[in-house]
Design a protein around this ligand. Structure first.
Ligand code: ADP
Ligand code: MG
Length: 385
């Protein structure tokens, strides 16, 4: 397939009959560790994927925005009045209008523009194509308009586009990863104060790679289950008298659990508290370059999500078990659960064999074939020229 940046340029030329003034890219992401810790004021550790969304664009002198996307093959078009009314532009164009809205609402003079979008990030697979789209459009408009908006303030605006304009409640992780990640690093994000730190995660130098398996499992009741997990955590924090479960120390876990009323609540809390600690443990290992040793922590995270938080599904568990049986150093579901992707840490030379083993295990269970990508940690938003 043609390179994604070339497809954006070709789409731009065909749609508008001129060449773009520039091209900007933003990546999809996966979370290495730290699941359901974000809304508990805890830690997450995403890294950017080499799969990217590219926006080709030219400014135009009126306050109008025209967007073509390869995904739909159609154009979305809106003016300032529509951009200024959250929810007015619906469908995929809403993500673009949301970015224009968030910028204008923050007082920036956003230039009108014609845009064309191509992407290698699969939509709706849990790799955050939505944040990649927002980040690519945001950085394009910031550059085209010469807007004074430092990188560290951009994730918040992209998140507002998704939360307040599109109406999808998400945390700050996806946009932070799409905008701020560095190649060869993971992004250690404290969801309480939103501070970030770039942690070396050089899989390549360690002879390793990450296999990302798209489970293709249908999302079953994901929204309702998410809401019920979140409510259980908030209720438990209230019972324990702490602002959030992040404030429960893993060393006090036994005592803490004995103060909770039922087994299910105890398991929910145990997941969050131990998962937060696993993020810290992986960060400590990565700081000292002990990359292969993170494997068992990934696998422990999976067991915790499966048994304590109860957010995995048979396709996901099958992929994890098959990857481990085929020699992966560690494997876990990544993302909110009930579908999405599995990460398997593998020797770079074994990636294809592990992917094949997962596909075979899927066939044996009668599941629709999974997708897969072998990746190294990539960069956040980039100007391509
Ligand atoms: P995820 O972010 O996990 O991929 P979401 O449901 O949050 O899933 O976002 C997917 C939506 O984002 C799509 O349905 C579409 O509206 C929009 N989107 C993402 N990338 C593109 C793109 N390249 N072109 C058009 N719309 C896109
Ligand atoms: Mg999304």
């Amino acid at each position: 397939m043609t390179h994604v940046a070339d497809r954006a340029t070709a789409g731009f030329r065909t749609t508008y009959g001129v060449s773009p003034a520039g091209r900007w890219a933003a990546p999809g992401r996966v979370n290495l560790i730290g699941e359901h810790t974000d809304y508990n004021d805890g830690f997450v550790l995403p890294f950017a994927l080499p799969l990217r969304t590219v926006v080709a664009a030219v400014p135009q002198p009126t306050d109008r925005w025209t967007v073509w996307s390869e995904v739909s093959g159609r154009r979305a078009e809106f003016g300032a009045a529509e951009a200024d009314t959250p929810g007015r532009v619906t469908g995929w164009g809403g993500y673009v209008a949301g970015v224009v809205w968030a910028l204008r609402d923050a007082g920036y003079a956003v230039p009108g523009a014609r845009l064309a979008i191509a992407s290698d990030v699969p939509l709706g697979a849990g790799l955050s194509s939505s944040a990649a789209l927002e980040a690519a459009v945001l950085t394009a408009l910031v550059d085209l308009g010469g807007l004074d908006l430092p990188t560290e303030r951009q994730p918040r605006l992209a998140q507002r586009a998704e939360n307040a304009y599109v109406g999808a409640p998400t945390g700050i992780m996806d946009q932070s990863a799409a905008i701020r990640c560095r190649a060869g690093h993971a992004l250690f994000l404290d969801c309480r104060d939103e501070s970030v730190e770039h942690i070396p995660f050089d899989l390549d130098a360690a002879g390793l790679a990450m296999l990302v398996v798209d489970s293709r499992a249908p999302h079953r009741h994901a929204d309702g289950e998410y809401a019920s997990r979140r409510a259980a955590c908030e209720k438990a924090a209230g019972l324990l008298g702490v602002p959030a479960l992040r404030d429960v120390a893993v060393a006090d876990l036994g005592d803490t659990l004995s103060r909770l009323p039922d087994d299910q609540t105890r398991r929910r809390v145990r997941h969050v508290v131990t998962e937060n600690q696993r993020v810290l443990d992986i960060v400590a290992l990565l700081r000292t370059g002990r990359v292969p040793e993170i494997g068992p922590l990934l696998t422990a995270s999976h067991a915790s999500m499966r048994d304590d938080f109860e957010i995995t599904v048979p396709e996901i568990d099958t992929a994890v078990e098959a990857a481990l049986a085929a020699g992966a150093l560690g494997a876990r579901m990544t993302g909110g659960g009930f579908g999405g992707c599995v990460l398997a840490l593998v020797e770079a030379t074994a990636a294809d064999d592990v992917a094949h083993a997962v596909t075979e295990a899927y066939a044996g269970r009668g599941f629709a074939a999974p997708g897969h990508h072998t990746v190294l940690p990539a960069a956040g938003t980039t100007r391509l020229g």
